[in-house]
Design a protein around this ligand. Structure first.
Ligand SMILES: *[C@@H]1O[C@H](CO)[C@@H](O)[C@H](O)[C@H]1NC(C)=O
Ligand SMILES: *[C@@H]1O[C@H](CO)[C@@H](O)[C@H](O)[C@H]1NC(C)=O
Ligand SMILES: *[C@@H]1O[C@H](CO)[C@@H](O)[C@H](O)[C@H]1NC(C)=O
Ligand SMILES: [Cu+2]
Length: 187
């Protein structure tokens, strides 16, 4: 009984909770293996919806994980080189519909922003912000999984593929779980 409960708890934990499904967001591959190590990459490959705290925790026991090179707070450590075939082209002012798939809720906040990948910093302000996101006390509002962003003019910073991402970021302090997805683009 006890071991069944533990197995169930583990399965629940590793089910993971959210990802951007449209436009195509970054996924794991060999470039990630090179910077994040085998085990962390395998975990993300088997559970694309997982949170970054879980990746850091797994990484901490792995000899091939270096928290500096595998920067989980930028796109969960997912690398441009594994995703160079999925680069969107956006124009200033373009309205981009975003679709998110959420498998389970944790009350938190969420925003989508353009992030400079060289410095892991936001360019300009959040494009959308949800002060309450995926609340466990309500049904999931439709706009949590289906919404539009309007691209600012970031053509001077984001002309080269890999330089910028549109990053979706859902942070639940109540569960200490942070979920991210990154869409590669040029402008
Ligand atoms: C982790 O990577 C950084 C940056 O490459 C390097 O300076 C540091 O020595 C590495 N740490 C370990 C423990 O290898
Ligand atoms: C928006 O998300 C970024 C990560 O992409 C985070 O650093 C920033 O604090 C978030 N902004 C707000 C207002 O929560
Ligand atoms: C999402 O929809 C709710 C109503 O269900 C509204 O109160 C809220 O302002 C909307 N949030 C955003 C960021 O559009
Ligand atoms: Cu959870």
């Amino acid at each position: 009984m006890r071991s069944q409960l533990l197995t169930f708890a583990f399965a629940t934990l590793s089910a993971g909770h959210g990802i951007v499904t449209n436009p195509t967001s970054r996924s794991a591959g060999n470039a990630m293996k090179a910077v994040c190590g085998q085990q962390v990459t395998n975990n993300l490959q088997s559970n694309e919806y997982g949170d970054i705290q879980q990746l850091s925790q797994i990484g901490s026991s792995q000899p091939d994980f270096n928290a500096t090179t595998c920067e989980v707070s930028l796109c969960k450590g997912l690398q441009f080189d594994d995703n160079s075939a999925n680069v969107q082209t956006f124009t200033p002012g373009q309205v981009v519909p975003i679709t998110v798939d959420i498998q389970a809720k944790h009350t938190g906040t969420c925003n989508v922003s353009v992030v400079d990948t060289a410095t892991n910093t936001m360019i300009r302000n959040e494009l959308i912000y949800f002060p309450v996101y995926a609340s466990t006390s309500t049904e999931l509002p439709k706009n949590n999984t289906q919404f539009d962003i309007t691209m600012p003019d970031v053509s001077s910073q984001c002309g080269t593929a890999g330089a910028c991402v549109v990053q979706w970021w859902w942070d639940s302090r109540e569960s200490d779980q942070t979920y991210m997805s990154c869409v590669d683009f040029t402008m």
